[in-house]
Structures are given as C-alpha cells and as structure tokens.
Design a protein around this ligand. Structure first.
Ligand code: SF4
Length: 244
C-alpha cells in the first residue's frame, strides 16, 4: 500500500507539459478559481478518483520506453495540494531515473510545497498576474505564494518554465507585461517563458457544472497582439515560446 491521493485523469502521451513526451498525471483539487480555467471539474478535492502511489508508479513504469525523451509531469488542479502523494511519486520517479516536472500555480505556501518542489527536476510555474489586485480578481487569491515560490526556486537553483496566460482585456496589456518581464529577467532560474493565448475550450464544462462563465464575450487574442507580447519578453533577454 503506497500513499493515497485523488486524481482527475491521466494522459499517457502528453506533449504540452514539459520537455519531450510525458506521462501527465492530473491531480484533483484546486483552491484558485481562475476565470479562464478549462478544467473546473478538477476544483473539488473530494471529487475525482481515489489513487495510490504504488499503483500509479506501476502504471508509469509500464510507459517507461515511451516517455524516455520526456518524463512525468504532475498537473491538475493544483498538484501541490496533495504534498505527500505528489512527493512520493516524484521521489520514486527520481529513483527510477525518470525526469519529473510539476505544473503548478504556486498557490500553496512554501511551508507545505518546498519538500515537493525539492523532489522535482523542473517547475512549470504559472503566474496568473504580476499585479496582485488583478490576480485576486482573476483567481480569487493573491499572487504572494506564487512569487515566493519563484524566489525559492532561484535560491535552490530549481529550473523553472514560467507560464502566463494572455487574456485580452485582462492580462494582455503592455503596462502589465512589461513589469512582469522586467521582474522575470532578474531570475536566472527561469529557463523559458511560455505564453499561453486565452481560449474558450473549457467553457462548456462551466455550463455543465452550472457555473457562471464571465469570459463569454472575451475574444481570443489576435496574432499581432501575441507577437507584440512575445517581443516584450524576448526584448529583455528571456527565451520565450508562444504555445498557440
Ligand atoms: S490554477 Fe489551474 S486548475 Fe486551478 S483554477 Fe486556475 S486554471 Fe483552473
């Protein structure tokens, strides 16, 4: 019997969450309420399916030859909300020589998350908004824990791929992106900035869950707006990828 946890789903050949082909484990539960969330069905920590780290490791190892170019990513929901379960899987992967990443919004205090972060090879860290008031409006929570998480990664030399969702009328504004890029350029641990254009592919899930979706009238970003946003980051010496 391993460490128990709750999962939402598994993607055994993921190509979007970290380097190479990856086994992506989506953990159940999230305390943020991002207006653009495309997985609101991961929010409730009591929902999803019960899982056990031993069974998950058996499954991961059965895909070992397919994920040789990549590894394992813990995503969600917010994987750091299940610290014992997440850490156990990360440590077992490390023992097996499998590269690991955590896809997180960094919303969990470091007192809880640090031992889990220490056990991973890479953090995919999503800063929802560098402006705290906007972050609260966009997610329901402050960005304080996220910024502390990035500082911790710098201190411990943990590689970070920084993620940021570009939402027209919300985060896709020069006056917000420039201070964010200035801030990130002071962190050598940030190996890559991944800009994620807003899309509405998860809107139907909000309807199914009878949740009010506030971004129905928000357009997807235009190509020129995305190019201009990318230039703000590359202009400050940051390696930047648009994940269109
Ligand atoms: S952190 Fe991720 S899972 Fe949680 S509400 Fe935001 S987008 Fe959804």
């Amino acid at each position: 019997m391993g460490v128990p946890g709750r999962i939402h789903s598994i993607e055994s050949f993921g190509a979007l969450d970290g380097p190479g082909i990856r086994y992506v484990l989506f953990l159940q539960g999230c305390s943020l309420r991002c207006l653009y969330c495309h997985n609101p069905d991961t929010w409730d920590p009591a929902d999803g399916k019960p899982a056990d780290s031993d069974e998950i490791m058996k499954d991961i190892l059965s895909y070992r030859s397919f994920i040789r170019s990549g590894g394992v990513t813990l995503s969600g929901g917010e994987p750091l909300l299940q610290p014992e379960f997440a850490r156990e899987i990360l440590l077992r992967c490390r023992e097996a020589g499998i590269h690991t990443a955590i896809d997180t919004a960094g919303s969990v205090p470091l007192s809880v998350s640090a031992p889990v972060i220490d056990a991973a090879d890479l953090l995919l860290l999503d800063i929802k908004s560098f402006d705290d008031a906007l972050c609260r409006e966009l997610t329901g929570r402050s960005n304080e824990n996220t910024l502390r998480t990035l500082e911790y990664c710098e201190k411990t030399r943990k590689p970070v791929w920084l993620r940021h969702v570009l939402v027209p009328g919300w985060t896709l504004k020069r006056e917000l992106l420039e201070p964010l890029a200035d801030y990130l350029s002071r962190f050598p641990c940030v190996e890559l900035v991944e800009l994620l254009p807003f899309h509405k592919m998860g809107e139907y899930k909000w309807r199914e869950l009878k949740l009010p979706y506030r971004l129905t009238d928000t357009p997807v970003p235009a190509h020129e707006e995305l190019e201009a946003a990318k230039a703000i980051f590359t202009g400050r010496g940051l390696k930047c990828l648009m994940k269109e």
